[in-house]
Design a protein around this ligand. Sequence first.
Ligand code: 13P
Ligand code: ZN
Length: 261
Amino acid sequence: MNILEEIGNITFQMWQKGWDEYNAGNISYLLSDDEVDEFEIIESNRFINFENIPNNLRNKYIAITASGSHFRVIKDHLDDLTGVIKVADTLDCVEIVYGFNNSNYPTSELYTHLLGHSSRLKVDPNHKIIMHNHATEIVAMTIKHELDELKFTKTLWSLCTECIILLPEGIGLMPWMVCGNRKIGEESALKLLEHRVVIWPQHGIFSAGTSFSDCFGLIETVNKAAKIYLITNGELNNVLSSENLMEIKKDFNLTIREGII
Ligand code: 13P
Ligand code: ZN
């Protein structure tokens, strides 16, 4: 199965979870040299301007979903609704080098994906994927819970034991911003320097990871905790205490984000 087929599979699974209504969500994957060789790369002369490209992205090939693509059906239209872009060597642009047939173009969240990859590559040499969707309970929790990053993380950690183990660095929480532009991409990329999960209030979630399963699992974990928060109506009587969380930290030898417990 090539990477685009894998994107078709995982996007369908995301849609099945109810996280990707209509065209919600986008995914991008940094291709290795061997993975690039599986595609018949072309010079399409279809460029997308992108100023101030980070140096660590120059000449990289990235598989990515199309803007407006419905995750329910991507798997049935891979050559239209996905493709590969190449970041230019010196110019301020990326070029479509495979796919995106029938006048399709990469996601409108290209800034967050590219700048996010650049951030994660600086801190994780095994980084491969940025995944975005509109996970329902996470969005709902941003409406009910105070939008303070440290408090939000502490609530998530205190709701189920595995949350702090999987996300000892906590979650990054953005202020609400208009989506699809460079500014939200830059702010998200700053968060991604320290976090693998970044939440956009009243919108959705981004995760960064080394495999599709990794990214999917991070979102599932946060969404599960958010769901528990909502099911219990935020009445947090018997949550994990700070002492409990410290016990987990000690036993699992976790380096956790300062200022939360
Ligand atoms: P695209 O269809 O352009 O990928 O946008 C979907 C989305 O989730 C915007 O945040
Ligand atoms: Zn979105």
